[in-house]
Design a protein around this ligand. Structure first.
Ligand SMILES: Cc1ncc(COP(=O)(O)O)c(C=O)c1O
Length: 449
């Protein structure tokens, strides 16, 4: 007789009492995670996973970084929390460091608990600053799941929360591989996407538009690196029409793209930057908005009508300070950039030579996507847009095979993203890519080209 494994109390309590995000609760079978270190985590049975997802693309410096853990412990011994209206050393220092890293005159920081609230507050600031209401955002974007941030999100996660309230307009950003503009070069894609944005503004009425919110490099919706000139073109259009430019750097910032902020790659200065995830690798919840002088000035003598009990939470701020210092001491921005160019890009190019199902490889830093197709000529995605159930089977098989081999993948629609912690040693990245090499045979089996 084979012994039947008894579920642990943790598992049972989870299934009975924890209501999980984005899920049909009955369909879940969560792994019980008991520990992690560096780019690895493990479950209650001791099975280890190489974290090629950085959880939700946020654990940028890996699990349980000893200096980050120590800084949190030290702050916990001093003062765990204090209301947002007080000044506090950890909060002041986090704001000073972030402002120092941000481009141009982005000199003040409003702290939130995460990325979605950063989106909401950036939009609120832009509306009051301009006296206008409308928000422009791209399709193929994610900006969070609060009432406000889900409304500007440009992917199917918005559909169920649609309020029907007008004021948010979606447009197409650039994406050369699946161009909406019939472009045949990055330059053409950039120019045509900018022309499309300009026309959208024309027909919506520039005088009604408060802001344009853009992921600097689109994350979950495909790791879409903007073509040359696009972000500068958006900056110029915003200047021309008095529109606030919000760069959403929640996923792309803090080293993910091999720069402090992804906009640094193109030397572009937005009016507001939203940030969260990689700022402290998610050891505590935090995010925020970095604010340019002209927008801060709007609220110099006028009340800012927004706030959060945990804005500038002391423990979370201490972790941001420690994390930024770790980035600097360990040269992690440079490391991320080099890991991308010297290790990940060449290894993925080799995989593309070998596996017909890889239609395109794209990315930078430690932020890469394999766009999987069933036909390279037509670029037909390996699974349909937003597929579920049997339609998504080719991707589900791939995910299961990765996990079985001890690699925790990040997939979305027809794509496999390569997003381990940015300080993952090169040999561990290659070890993970060997597993991906093996499992891509499963995707190739669905290739019909
Ligand atoms: C680009 C982007 N913006 C905003 C968010 C929302 O952040 P949070 O989940 O911390 O609210 C996310 C989360 O994945 C994101 O990727």
């Amino acid at each position: 007789m084979t012994a039947v494994a008894v579920p642990s109390a943790t598992y049972t309590n989870d299934r009975n009492h924890v209501f999980h995000s984005w899920s049909a609760q009955g369909a879940l079978n969560p792994v019980v995670v008991t520990g992690g270190e560096g780019s690895w985590f493990w479950d209650e049975n001791g099975k280890r996973y190489l974290d090629f997802s950085s959880q939700l693309v946020n654990v940028n410096i890996g699990h349980q970084h000893p200096k980050l853990v120590a800084a949190i412990q030290e702050q916990a011994g001093k003062l765990c929390t204090i209301a947002p209206f007080h000044a506090n050393e950890a909060r002041s220092e986090a704001a000073r460091l972030i402002a120092e890293l941000a481009p141009g005159d982005l000199n003040m920081v409003f702290f939130t608990n995460g990325g979605a609230e950063a989106t909401d507050n950036a939009i609120r600031m832009s509306r009051i600053h301009t006296g206008r209401q409308k928000v422009l955002a791209t399709y193929r974007s994610y900006h969070g799941a609060t009432g406000g941030s889900i409304a500007v999100t440009g992917d199917p996660r918005r559909w169920a929360s649609e309020t029907g309230v007008s004021g948010i307009v979606h447009f197409w950003g650039p994406f050369e591989y699946r161009s909406n503009f019939y472009s045949s070069s990055p330059e053409e894609e950039s120019a045509r996407a900018l022309a499309h944005l300009r026309e959208t503004i024309m027909v919506e009425g520039a005088s009604t538009i408060a802001c344009i919110i853009l992921e600097s490099v689109v994350g979950t919706n495909g790791i879409l690196v903007p073509p040359p000139g696009y972000l500068q073109g958006v900056r110029d259009i915003c200047d021309e029409f008095g529109i606030v430019y919000i760069a959403d750097e929640v996923m792309a910032g803090f080293g993910r793209c091999g720069e402090w902020f992804a906009v640094d790659h193109w030397d572009v200065t937005p009016d507001l930057i939203t940030w969260a995830k990689g700022s402290n690798s998610g050891y505590l919840p935090i995010g925020g908005v970095i604010i340019s002088d002209k927008i801060s000035a709007t609220f110099k003598d006028r009340q800012y009508p927004g706030g959060l009990t945990y804005s500038g939470h002391v423990l979370a701020c201490a972790s941001v300070v420690a994390s930024i210092n770790i980035f600097k001491e360990e040269g992690l921005i440079e490391y991320s950039r080099a890991l991308g160019t010297d290790t990940i890009a060449p290894a993925l190019a080799k995989l593309q030579d070998k596996h017909p199902s890889i239609g395109e490889v794209r990315g930078l830093g430690v932020f890469w996507a394999l766009d999987l197709v069933s036909n390279r000529d037509t670029r037909k995605p390996l699974v349909p847009y937003n597929a579920t159930g049997a339609d998504a089977a080719p991707m589900s098989e791939l995910v299961a095979a990765c996990k079985q081999r001890g690699l925790w993948p990040f997939t979305h629609f027809n794509r496999l993203h390569i997003v381990p912690p940015i300080n993952t040693p090169a040999d561990e990245v290659l070890q993970g890519l060997e597993i991906i090499d093996e499992v891509l045979d499963l995707a190739d089996a669905h290739y019909t080209g």
